[in-house]
Design a protein around this ligand. Sequence first.
Ligand code: AMP
Length: 120
Amino acid sequence: MAYDPNNIFAKILRGEIPCKKVHEDDHTLAFHDINPQAPVHVLVIPKGAYVSMEDFTARASDGEIAALFRAVAQVAEMVGVTAEGWRMLANVGANGGQEVPHLHIHVFGGRRLGPMLVKG
Ligand code: AMP
């Protein structure tokens, strides 16, 4: 899938749409999900134009890849979920249920998160 520069996260990265920022560094931005599915629900995104995990790992630099995973762990620490436990998740493509075509990693926490997948 080609990258759509008008996707909602690209607009957030350009400052065209506001976000509730949690963390930012040279390669990543993290912000609260607008429709949280848990008491803590933060999205961590690379600043580069990558649609999916396979696009990201094929084209991003080692520095960008390291920064994304470090940012996920730093965000989990910052929002206070590491002691009780938390979940990271990336939906990719149609079967994954990906709604926004810019790679994003969800960070969930703040309650027992239940089974990994909904049955059915
Ligand atoms: P996914 O289904 O994995 O593509 O997740 C997309 C997520 O983006 C959903 O959890 C939405 O609630 C969230 N989302 C959509 N628009 C915004 C926005 N403007 N700010 C923050 N989160 C958003």
